[in-house]
Ligand binder design. Structure first.
Ligand code: GRF
Length: 190
């Protein structure tokens, strides 16, 4: 299955997918990386791996819908089967998502349905959670709402800061996102 990764920044989850997909028996290949931020570090990382990487900013388009159509065109050009969101900081419309139903997934740094949205690590600490983690889920029009595919847990330690906790969670993100993509690609291959 041909997979595109949508990012807005660092792209470490994107790189984890790229690394995993290098294994000869991995059921998906990463054929395109798109960022809505031209300055995203992840674009350079993707190019270093020899993967086509495109910046498609929102600014030059007259509407959200026009921006999404430009993204859709890039996905069509590269004959993409599966879309992985990885730190992509935009909500996609129902219209964009409809043709991708069941073929677009996201990684979120919390144990959904807990802590949807931003600042999940600070919120886990503030709430006094003793367990935190990350989730790969299907993307639907509601933010961080779609059915969960895979989760990993980490402990919240007494002296954690949002940064130390984020780092512990990120290690698990890099482990489970490739597993979840492989599972989906295999399902879709049947
Ligand atoms: C990750 O924690 C991801 O779960 C969240 O944003 C962060 C992106 O990091 N949605 P990276 O760009 O993959 O390094």
């Amino acid at each position: 299955k041909r997979c595109a990764v949508l990012i807005s920044g660092r792209g470490s989850n994107m790189e984890a997918l790229v690394q995993a997909a290098k294994a000869p028996d991995y059921p998906a290949e990463i054929v395109l990386v798109i960022s809505d931020k031209p300055e995203a570090k992840g674009l350079d990382t993707a190019r270093d791996h020899g993967i086509p990487a495109r910046a498609i900013s929102r600014a030059p388009y007259p509407s959200k819908r026009a921006h999404e159509k430009a993204i859709q065109e890039a996905l069509d050009e590269h004959e993409v089967d599966i879309v992985c969101l990885a730190g992509f900081m935009r909500l996609l419309s129902g219209e964009f998502l409809e043709p991708w139903a069941g073929r677009i997934i996201n990684i979120h740094p919390s144990l959904l349905p807990r802590h949807k949205g931003l600042d999940t690590h600070a919120r886990a600490i503030e709430t006094g959670d003793t367990v935190h983690g990350c989730s790969v889920h299907h993307v639907t029009a509601g933010m961080d709402e779609g059915p969960v595919i895979m989760q990993a847990q980490v402990p919240v330690l007494p002296d954690d800061t949002p940064d130390t906790l984020a780092a512990r969670v990120l290690t698990e993100e890099h482990r489970i996102y490739p597993l979840a993509l492989a599972e989906l690609a295999e399902e879709l291959a049947d």
